[in-house]
Write a protein that binds this ligand. Structure first.
Ligand SMILES: Cc1cc2nc3c(=O)[nH]c(=O)nc-3n(C[C@H](O)[C@H](O)[C@H](O)COP(=O)(O)OP(=O)(O)OC[C@H]3O[C@@H](n4cnc5c(N)ncnc54)[C@H](O)[C@@H]3O)c2cc1C
Length: 370
């Protein structure tokens, strides 16, 4: 049955859902409050890490599902969106061992390297523990990926409308009862189902629409780019805290068109996405500069260029991908959702079509005890 589906939010997750739904023949309308490629949410910029390695195997499975879907998007759009450069994990041995175990169980290759071997292979990086190199990792070209997904949705008949803010979603709670989506121009669109993918606006928007949301913290995160000429040759990397170096959440990095990007995971200030000061915090830049001086000889002498971006983090850092009546929710991507984009689009389309979701991502799931 062909469904009329409204998608609220045209960041990565809304774009991925729109593409999957339109590819399955549904009639899709995407409503995005800002312009194409805007920089106020979570999906803009040149790069995000792609990797299969996760401590939790179900995320490895999801990344394995995403990998061929990214490649298919490249074929369809003629736009490169994923470059595999490999990844290096180092730091806390327990964390690195766990990743090696999960990759081995998934039948994927990985290699242990001594600190000397890391320095020989990537002179820009320094490790002081045995590292894990895994080749199935790299960067997703973030802006290009979102625009390719929206373009692919458009080619399958989706209508993509920018500059339209949704102010209200009315529904009876019954699947099959339909929804009315009201915009800031007082337009009322009717549809069979709605997908809500509003990123950092979820905690303000969703409680009026669905129940059972986990609490979500919206924070302004502040990575930096070191514009070195060989940036595109760098692998992605994660420094796991706890062995000789300790920063809560750890540090990630990768090469990108803007330089070598590094950031601390989830340490930013809580913000209101509509009223945040996007001025970079000099103390946060100093922390990353100091890290680079100690651990990244390859960016020595280069001034970091900061940017700000939103994380929307659940207590367990697991996503919310679930349906209640005619409303499908994509939220709480906790600073690690990008790599899975097209796989999340498929999960969203499954939910809209009435297939069951995944317990890990459910609304109303038990709060974590850890
Ligand atoms: C600094 C940083 C680094 C990251 N690094 C990685 C990484 O290396 N690897 C990885 O996998 N992930 C990473 N992530 C996470 C990833 O980028 C996010 O999980 C993903 O972009 C979330 O997409 P989204 O569509 O949920 O949110 P968004 O991109 O914010 O999209 C939500 C959209 O909804 C729109 N909207 C909101 N309210 C309304 C409304 N009422 N009406 C209409 N439109 C509305 C917004 O304008 C916005 O465009 C990182 C995130 C950040 C911030």
């Amino acid at each position: 049955m062909v469904l009329r589906v409204a998608v609220v939010g045209g960041g990565l997750m809304g774009a991925a859902a729109a593409r999957s739904l339109s590819a399955r023949g549904h009639r899709v309308t995407v409503l995005e409050r800002f312009g194409p490629g805007h920089d106020r949410g979570s999906s803009y910029g040149t790069s995000r890490i792609f990797r299969l390695a996760y401590a939790e195997p179900s995320y490895t499975e999801l990344a394995l599902r995403a990998l061929p879907l990214w490649r298919r998007l490249e074929e369809e759009s003629g736009q490169p969106v994923l470059t595999l450069t490999g990844a290096v994990d180092h730091g806390l041995p327990r964390a690195v061992d766990r990743l090696a175990d999960v990759l081995a169980a998934a039948g994927r290759s990985a290699q242990r390297l001594s600190p000397g071997e890391v320095a020989e292979r990537w002179p820009g990086l320094r490790a002081d523990t045995t590292a894990l190199y895994h080749p199935d990792a790299g960067r997703v070209h973030a802006d290009d990926a979102v625009s390719a997904l929206l373009k692919a949705a458009g080619q399958r008949g989706a209508e993509v409308r920018h500059g339209v803010r949704v102010t209200e979603i009315r529904h009876t709670g019954r699947t099959g009862g339909g929804v009315t989506v009201v915009t800031d121009a007082d337009e009322a669109l009717t549809a069979d189902a709605v997908v809500v993918a509003v990123g950092g606006w979820a905690p303000g928007f969703l409680p009026a629409v669905v129940s059972g949301l986990p609490p979500m913290r919206v924070t302004q995160e502040q990575p930096v780019h070191f514009p070195v000429p060989d940036a595109l040759d760098w692998p992605s990397f994660i420094h796991h805290p706890g062995a000789g170096w300790n920063m809560p959440g750890g540090l990630y990095g990768l090469g990108s068109a803007d330089g070598v990007k590094i950031g601390l995971h989830g340490v930013g200030q809580v913000v209101d996405p509509d009223h945040r000061d996007r001025t970079p915090d000099p103390a946060a830049v100093d922390r990353l500069r100091a890290y680079a001086q100690e651990w990244l000889p390859g960016v020595a002498g280069t001034e970091p260029v900061p940017l700000t971006c939103l994380y929307t983090t659940t207590p367990d850092e697991d996503f919310v991908i679930d349906r209640q009546g005619p409303v499908t929710v994509l939220a709480g991507f906790s600073g690690h959702g990008f790599k899975f984009g097209p796989a999340i689009g498929e999960l969203a389309a499954d939910l809209v079509e009435g297939r069951p979701g995944t317990a890990r991502f459910a609304l109303g799931r038990a709060a974590p005890t850890r």
